[in-house]
Design a protein around this ligand. Structure first.
Ligand code: DX5
Ligand code: ZN
Length: 226
C-alpha cells in the first residue's frame, strides 16, 4: 500500500469480544477502521497471554486492509515465519525483546512483511536510531504493554524526537495505549499518524450493534485532525 501520513485509526481487538474476533474485525472495518491491530502477548515479555499465529491466520480472511501485528513476546525470531505464513502485513517487535533487534527486523523484512519496532515508555527514542533504516513503522507505547484500558502516559517529547530523526523517510509513527478523543490531538500534533485504540473504539458497541464503533472512530479521527 502507498505511504501517507494521514491519520489512520487502528482498533485493537484486545478490547473486542474474544469469542467473535472475525466478526469484530469485519465490523470495525465496516465502521471505518483503517488498520486492524492484533496484540500478541506471551506471559513472559508482558504479564498477560493473548493469542498467536494460528489466530492471526484464522483472522486473515476477515480483514480486508492492513493486519498490524504487535508482538509483545521474547524471543521473537523463532516465530517470524509463522506470522508471515499467517498473513501479517506489519510485524512489530519490541526493541527491549532481545539483544539482536537489528537481526530480527532484517528477518521480518526477509519473510515478506513490513517491520515495525516498538518502544516501552521507559525506553528513549535514541534506542531505535540505528535501526530506522530497517523499519516501516515505529510504535511508541503510551502505556506499559500488557493490558488494554490503561491510563495514557504522555510521550510527546519522544514522539517529537522520533519525528525529527525520521525526517522525510517513509516511516509511520504509531501510538499505542490510552488513545481516545482527548489524547489523540496531543499525539497527532507531535507527529504520529497511526493511532491504535482498543477501549475507546469498542466501548458501547457490539457485533450486533456496531454503530458506536463508527462514532468512536470518527470522534478519535476528528480530534486528531484538529
Ligand atoms: C497494550 C496493547 C494495546 C492495547 C491498547 O499492551 O499493546 O494495543 O490494546 O488498548 P487501549 O486503547 O484500551 O489502551
Ligand atoms: Zn498493541
Amino acid at each position: 500500500m502507498p505511504f501517507d501520513r494521514s491519520i489512520k485509526i487502528a482498533p485493537s481487538i484486545l478490547a473486542a469480544d474474544f469469542a467473535a474476533f472475525g466478526a469484530e474485525c469485519e465490523a470495525a472495518e465496516a465502521q471505518g477502521a483503517d488498520w486492524i491491530h492484533v496484540d500478541v502477548m506471551d506471559g513472559h515479555f508482558v504479564p498477560n497471554l493473548t493469542l498467536g499465529p494460528a489466530m492471526c491466520k484464522a483472522l486473515r480472511p476477515h480483514i480486508k486492509g492492513v493486519m498490524d501485528v504487535h508482538l509483545m513476546i521474547a524471543p521473537v525470531d523463532p516465530y517470524i515465519d509463522a506470522f508471515a505464513e499467517a498473513g501479517a502485513d506489519v510485524l512489530t517487535a519490541h526493541v527491549e525483546a532481545g539483544p539482536h533487534v537489528h537481526r530480527t527486523l532484517q528477518a521480518i523484512r526477509a519473510a515478506g512483511m513490513r517491520p515495525g519496532v516498538a518502544l516501552n515508555p521507559g525506553t528513549p527514542a535514541e534506542a531505535v536510531r540505528d535501526v530506522l533504516g530497517l523499519v516501516d513503522l515505529v510504535c511508541v507505547m503510551t502505556v506499559n504493554p500488557g493490558f488494554g484500558g490503561q491510563k495514557f502516559i504522555d510521550m510527546g517529547d519522544k514522539i517529537r524526537a522520533l519525528r525529527e530523526m525520521i525526517g522525510d523517510r517513509e516511516i509511520h509513527i504509531e501510538i499505542d495505549g490510552g488513545v481516545d478523543p482527548k489524547t489523540a490531538p496531543l499525539v497527532a500534533a507531535a507527529g504520529a499518524d497511526v493511532l491504535v485504540a482498543g477501549s475507546a473504539v469498542f466501548k458501547g458497541g457490539s457485533v450486533a450493534d456496531p454503530a458506536p464503533y463508527g462514532a468512536n472512530i470518527r470522534a478519535i479521527r476528528a480530534a486528531a485532525q484538529g
